[in-house]
Design a protein around this ligand. Structure first.
Ligand code: ADP
Ligand code: MG
Length: 258
């Protein structure tokens, strides 16, 4: 990030080219003479270059010094490249810089390549749980979010009725009590919020599983929403995974909560 910021600062005066390249290079004895931090062997080389203002040799000689900066107070701390240098040291790597005033600058970062085969750990994510036609009402006053919720859950095998107000949700349940397996409702909605909706739904159909979704970090805890009659609180934005896992937990009562 610091290399990118420095390049941007260097090219502020006129448009230019910012380039990031990656390659593998073989370091030999000759190369080590000019790059004493490196040893013979293979390195992954990350190169970051710009066509900005460049530096004179006196500046190049000091760039990795902590607190060396040519920038105004508040613009630069002079710590960026010192930190980059430290990071490369801890990787048993190295860094070099080429620069000419008016032409631009290139930083090469050398990371030693592991010579042993490494076995990539298996990060097979658990499959996203799917539904079997269970009926869900999805309530969100933002049509786009209600639509997204419906789309996600429809694709996962649920049968989703989407509504954009508490009144519509109450009407749907009132018309066919027992028809729905779960209600997912947004918290913050005009006229009637999700908590009041939940309270009224439970009067119509006691035991109806409810999930509350909320976009605010807020003060609502999982415990509080359970006291209010909800099984779970689902933070927005929710993904297909977080949504389907919550739905699955609630429908199969494997909440593991509390
Ligand atoms: N890409 C670059 N082009 C021109 N000068 C640079 C470049 N990167 C770093 N420098 C010079 O090195 C100095 C130190 O950089 P750095 O350690 O990142 O601190 P800072 O950016 O806070 O000044 C900068 O003030 C600038 O003079
Ligand atoms: Mg910087």
């Amino acid at each position: 990030m610091n290399l990118g910021t420095n390049a941007w600062h260097a090219m502020r005066e006129q448009p230019g080219t910012f380039k990031v390249e990656m390659g593998v290079i073989e370091v030999d004895a000759d190369f080590v003479k000019t790059h004493p931090d490196l040893h013979g062997g293979r390195y992954a080389r990350l190169s970051v270059s710009d066509t900005g203002c460049g530096m004179d040799s006196a500046t190049v000689g000091r760039v990795f010094e902590a607190f060396f900066t040519t920038k105004a107070v508040g613009e630069g701390t002079g710590l960026g490249l010192a930190v980059v240098y430290g990071i490369m040291k801890t990787h048993d790597g190295g860094i070099s810089v080429y620069s000419h005033p008016g032409e631009g600058t290139t930083f090469h970062l050398y990371f030693p390549v592991l010579e042993n085969e490494t076995v990539a750990p298996e990060i097979a994510a658990a499959p996203i749980p799917r539904g079997q036609g269970e009926c869900i009402i999805f309530v969100d006053d933002e049509t786009a979010l209600a639509g997204l919720g419906k789309q996600i859950l429809d694709r996962l095998g649920y049968q989703v009725t989407m509504v954009t107000s508490a009144a519509e949700a109450l009407a749907a349940i009132g018309a066919q009590p027992g028809q729905f397996d779960l209600v997912i409702t947004d918290l913050a909605m005009p006229v009637m919020d999700g908590i009041e909706l939940g309270r009224q739904l439970l009067q119509i159909q006691p035991g109806l599983p409810l999930i509350l979704t909320t976009g605010f970090g807020g003060t609502l805890t999982a415990e509080k929403v359970r006291e209010l009659g909800f099984c779970e609180i689902l933070r927005k934005p929710s993904t297909a995974r977080t949504m389907s896992e919550a739905v699955h937990r609630v429908l199969h009562q494997t909440t593991g909560m509390g």
